[in-house]
Design a protein around this ligand. Structure first.
Ligand SMILES: O=P(O)(O)OC[C@H]1O[C@H](O[C@H]2O[C@H](CO)[C@@H](O)[C@H](O)[C@H]2O)[C@H](O)[C@@H](O)[C@@H]1O
Ligand code: UDP
Ligand code: MG
Length: 735
């Protein structure tokens, strides 16, 4: 039976060795708590790190640890102390985490740690590849494993891979500062579906893909080599039933109260207007803890009537405490709590109750159900599940959630009081509003929130992700339906061999060579000359390069060669080194259109005009892709009337717009060429939209091949120039 392999840095259980005994605890943090129920229900295996380093695992302990891991349907990836230091505490949590959360000043770029990141991603790949059986699906999670999807895809292209990022994806302006930005993006693109919590993270990612990798993005689909990678947003939900049921049990008078609950009750019973304001987070600088404390102080000063009535119950869960920024935050938090408590405390009242520890589930429920207000105010947060858990436990639908706009969860929780966590004023007004909110209003807001969270719970979230992942498989099949397979290739080689008179018509850019920023740099290389020469020297074979390039450029490049050439999209033809025009064209229009294009160059950095004898081309390969898209629309509009009057047409090529006479195209040139002789083998290859004219003009017996996996009239598709050359090589060898 096919299974799902979940992969994340941390396994849902954490193992530690304490006094020679194994101590197993559940992992904290949104990813582990959220995915746990998905894992428990499904048939599958979870691959990740157990929490113990290889150095701590002696031969005695190994089988015991493995047993615990296997019983939990997990498989461990072994990490050494150095891995934990450089990969986890290092690159993951001192580079990726701060930068993706917009903490530029905390971000370290260290090559050694980057190397460790690559090394550990490979370790994960090894275990995953070892676990995969045919038909399995892999779901990779989070920023610690950005390179993993590609590492798996390289070895197992048949396996469907999903990737989900649990933290924000930063805007391009931030992401571009990464020294290894390209590698990170291509690592992620190994997946077939890439998921984010919100549309904002999704569009930031697409923006980086367009600008850094210069890939074509069509709505939310990226064309990447022979695959289509789909990108979408899936806001993660919680195990709603687990939290609401636990709260119901907690409310039941027969349920035995915990020690913590008894303590909470003592204070709540001190008077009618005693209230708890709750905050729960890992002690992380993204969670905005110092801001929250200062804001609480400001609130007590602004609304002194709440003194001795409200308490801030703050649970800070220890996290990544070996990273210096976290240690600094711990000191700052301790100091602030001490100072504020010192400032306001009375004999019977301490304004802040501060717990620095992780609490068991039952105690979390005590806190959620006893608090009238939840104050969840991260400065940046991928999602924030605590906010959702609070809502799920409000069985009487009372209580108010104050939530930072900067949490992914805010996008779906409009009925909360949303605040900017940098504004002390916002905090104070929101707290006052929450404390005075009529019960009916609390309930009407809570009802809507609960309905939404209950419907789109974590199971539904995972289901939606899988559904989309399955659908991406189908688009893959459509996109590459004409992919040239080995049998077809063998037939072509065979036909070539048996033919008496052969014509091979090849486009140049994008077909025989890849694209360069400057078209003049895309010269034929020695290997290509070699290959074409071999072709040329075969009997009964006519080789003709057909290009939109101008005559002068081709004359320069191929002066020493005998190949036939067709240039300017079919204006000129060179046979036996003699140039003749295939078309007689006017050029008066150029003087009028060039100044218009020049104004576009002025206003669109990275673009330039290529002047050919019979056409003008505006290139925008290195321009900002979104600006270029707007400008192409503008150019088309501006040129419409002029084009009609001069019998011109505007061609949209690969990152280029070309204006030329309407009655010239590669199709007409192809037809003229075909009239010259009778061929019993014809091969035509091209990558661009303009090459489609050749495919249309080709007779039935011709073998037409599109380079690249986009829609085409050609019979077959092939990946890129590399593959074109391999095919040509086969034709020369076997002929
Ligand atoms: O594994 P740790 O270093 O101890 O950190 C705990 C986890 O923190 C992060 O959680 C994120 O995922 C949540 C669920 O999607 C989301 O609500 C939250 O905003 C994120 O910060 C981290 O992404 C995980 O990888 C860590 O395991
Ligand atoms: O003592 C605690 C405190 C919190 N949590 C859980 O930790 C998760 C925190 O997830 P969130 O998305 O809010 O933030 P993250 O820590 O992932 O950044 C929530 O599911 C909490 O229930 C926990 O297991 N033990
Ligand atoms: Mg081309």
């Amino acid at each position: 039976m096919n299974k799902t392999i979940i992969v994340s840095n941390r396994l849902p259980l954490q193992i530690a060795i304490e006094e020679d005994k194994l101590n197993v605890t559940p992992s904290v943090g949104g990813l582990a708590t959220g995915m746990k129920s998905v894992h428990a229900d499904g048939n599958g295996v979870w691959v990740g790190w157990s929490g113990i380093t290889d150095e701590d695992l002696d031969e005695d302990l190994k089988p015991k640890v493995n047993e615990k891991i296997e019983n939990a349907k997990c498989k461990a990836v072994g990490l050494t102390e150095a891995d934990v230091e450089d990969f986890y505490l290092g690159f993951s949590n001192r580079t990726l985490w701060p930068l993706f959360h917009y903490f530029l000043e905390y971000t370290k770029f260290e090559t050694e740690q980057w190397d460790a990141y690559k090394r550990v991603n490979e370790k994960f790949a090894e275990v995953v590849l070892d676990t995969i059986e045919e038909g399995d699906t892999v779901w990779v999670h989070d920023y610690q494993l950005l390179l993993l999807p590609q590492l798996i895809k390289d070895k197992r292209p048949d396996v469907t891979i999903g990737f989900f990022l649990h933290i924000p994806f930063p805007s391009y302006e931030i992401f571009r500062t990464f020294p290894w930005r390209q590698e990170l993006l291509t690592g992620m693109l190994g997946a077939d579906l890439i998921g984010f919590h919100t549309y904002d993270y999704e569009r930031h990612f697409l923006s980086s893909v367009k600008r850094i990798l210069r890939l074509d993005v069509n709505f939310n689909e990226i064309t990447y080599h022979d695959r289509i990678v789909k990108v979408d947003s899936f806001p993660m939900g919680i195990d709603y039933g687990k939290f609401s049921n636990a709260a119901l049990v907690h409310d039941n008078p027969d349920t035995k109260k915990s020690e913590l609950q008894k303590r909470l009750d003592t204070h709540l019973n001190e008077g009618d207007d005693q209230k708890f304001i709750l905050s729960i987070d890992r002690l992380d600088y993204t969670k905005g803890i110092p801001n929250r404390l200062r804001a609480f102080e400001h609130f007590l000063n602004t609304y002194p009537q709440y003194k001795e009535k409200v308490r801030l119950v703050m649970l800070a869960v220890p996290s990544r405490s070996n990273v210096p920024q976290y240690q600094k935050l711990k000191r700052e938090t301790d100091e602030l709590v001490g100072r504020i408590n010192g400032e306001f405390s009375t004999v019977s009242w301490t304004p802040i109750w501060y717990f620095y520890r992780s609490l068991p589930f039952e105690n979390l429920i005590d806190l959620y159900t006893s608090s009238d207000i939840a104050l969840i105010t991260p400065v940046r947060d991928g999602m924030n599940l605590v906010a959702k858990e609070y809502v799920a436990t409000r069985t009487k639908q009372d209580g108010v959630l104050i939530l930072s706009e900067m949490a992914g969860a805010a996008k779906e929780m409009n009925e909360a009081i949303l605040i900017n966590p940098n504004s002390l004023e916002d905090f104070a007004t929101a707290l006052d509003k929450a404390l005075t909110m009529p019960l009916e209003e609390q309930q009407s807001r809570m009802k809507i929130l609960q309905k939404r969270l209950k419907r789109y719970d974590v199971e539904k979230w995972a289901e939606e992700f899988f559904k989309t992942l399955e659908a991406t498989n189908q688009i893959q099949e459509v996109a590459v339906s004409k992919k040239l397979n080995d049998t077809e290739e063998a037939t072509i080689v065979e036909q070539f061999k048996n033919a008496k008179n052969r014509l091979v018509l090849l486009d140049y850019d994008g077909t025989l060579v890849g694209f360069k920023d400057n078209p003049q740099d895309a010269k034929p290389d020695a290997k290509l000359f070699n290959l074409l020469d071999k072709f040329e020297n075969q009997n009964n074979t006519r080789l003709c390069l057909i290009s939109g390039r101008d005559k002068a450029t081709f004359e320069d490049w191929y002066a020493q060669k005998d190949y036939d050439l067709i240039t300017d999209h079919g204006v000129w033809m060179r046979e036996h080194k003699e140039w003749t025009p295939l078309e007689i064209l006017k050029t008066e229009w150029m003087a009028n259109i060039k100044p218009i294009l020049e104004t576009f160059v002025d206003r669109t950095p990275g673009t330039f005009i290529e002047e050919k004898e019979y056409s003008l081309a505006w290139h925008y390969r290195t321009a900002d892709p979104e600006l270029a898209q707007i400008r192409t629309l503008e150019i088309n509009t501006v040129l419409t009337s002029m084009v009609a009057n001069n019998e011109l047409s505007v061609l949209q090529g690969n990152k280029v717009i070309e204006i030329k006479s309407s009655n010239v195209n590669k199709g007409r040139a192809t037809t003229q060429l075909l009239r010259k002789e009778d061929y019993d083998f014809i091969l035509i290859m091209g990558d661009d939209w303009t090459d489609e004219y050749m495919f249309e003009a080709a007779p039935e017996l011709a073998t037409t091949i599109k380079v690249g996996y986009v829609k085409t009239k050609a019979k077959y598709q092939i990946k890129g120039p590399e593959e074109v050359r391999q095919l040509l090589e086969k034709l020369t060898l076997d002929a």
